[in-house]
Design a protein around this ligand. Sequence first.
Ligand code: GDP
Ligand code: GDP
Length: 455
Amino acid sequence: DDDAALLADLEDPDAEGGLVRPAPVLAIVGRPNVGKSTLVNRILGRREAVVEDVPGVTRDRVRYRGEWGGRPLTLVDTGGWDIDAKGMASRIAEQAEVAVEQADGVVLVVDVTTGVTSTDEHVVRMLRRAGKPVLLAANKVDDERGEIAAAELWSLGLGEPHPISAMHGRGVADFLDEVIEMLPEHSQVDDAEAPGGPRRIALVGRPNVGKSSLLNRLFGSERVLVDNVAGTTRDPVDEIVELGGRPWRFVDTAGIKKRARQASGADYYAALRTQTALERAELALVLLEANETLSEQDVRIIRSATEAGRALVLAFNKWDLTDEERREWLAREIDKDLAHVAWAPRVNISAKTGRHAEKLVPAMERALENWDRRIPTSRFNAFLGELVAANPHPLRGGKQPRILFGTQASNRPPHFVLFTSGFLDPGYRRFITRRLRETFAFEGTPIEISMRIRE
Ligand code: GDP
Ligand code: GDP
């Protein structure tokens, strides 16, 4: 019947029992100017990874979703590093290591017009230690003459050098076929835990907001569980803690603690860590300064969390420092900046004094419960029926798009699909979203609504 056909239409090929299996992660490493960003752009088929010569630029995005031959993959571009001249070789290797740690496979790009340098050799040694599968791209082979120079890269001991021209596309398609061959079907590093394991939390926030202090507080006072939780595999970068009577997995706590050691390229790392942690987590616990207005970086982090489709809890830290007089003014400013995530629970805490840290748990539980929610199709359609009866879509040029049917296509986070007889105004869609939130209390979770227009 019709509804069954519509529902079959919605089957999400990536979803397995409600868990989306993440795409494999490919790190593209190499010295500055060898053509990493150019290669990333070629794979993405657009100029998204900015190719630029300005040193010290901080990039917002370092991970990109792409696909090749119908296979999805996540690209980590390491081109955004802020490298200083001193100790450059070892520093590049050290920095590439972070990206490689989080990847399922690696492409090392070498520039054949300059040949092998000591920096390349440093990077190769690091790659050997990391033990991840690697393919060697001999870039800037714009024509046949470059092939000989490419063959010299056998000396790196990474196997066959693949001559490509990232700029002109020469050899890139064959090379990418091999890259896809090398990668596992689903990421082994980003892989989600089996259902029933501890909920996965990404504690994120700008530097110095108090992430390490909060971890110390949470992990210091409570029993730390390691291996003996059902459904967990031991991952040295995560930590599990029991809070409010249940275990929670804080992902990539190692990354939070490591931060201080990374002097150069610190902003790049912060962005990379944040995005990776968000991808591995179910909920983003975003730490903000209670005593300051939101910074651009705070806003970016919140945006990354909602774009990643994670449940969200906002914690205002350093409450012990807040000043009564500023508080009212601050609250107004902060409300303005948070208008788009007014649905996220807020908790005021102090990692230093321990104030109200226990309130984090019920807020996280609420947010995750709503993130997991499924609204039965009958109930959702009853809601739509009432809404449309009381507030029909405004007439547009004598026509009125109708909502024929709706259903929740997936959860984590809730995603609703409306089948309509025409295009719904953005304003009307926002109205539906607002009503959905009012009616079903989706506190703490982003919700998505999409349309399918039936002629
Ligand atoms: P990254 O620092 O490794 O990300 O390098 P970029 O992608 O920014 O490239 C550095 C420079 O090399 C830019 O001027 C590119 O246009 C150039 N380039 C990249 N790939 C090729 C190529 O295949 N052939 C040639 N001739 N130039 C290239
Ligand atoms: P991270 O960079 O986000 O991990 O921040 P840290 O945990 O290293 O904290 C940065 C600084 O803020 C340190 O000097 C902490 O002692 C201080 N700090 C963290 N939480 C609080 C708090 O609740 N109150 C006060 N007064 N200081 C705090």
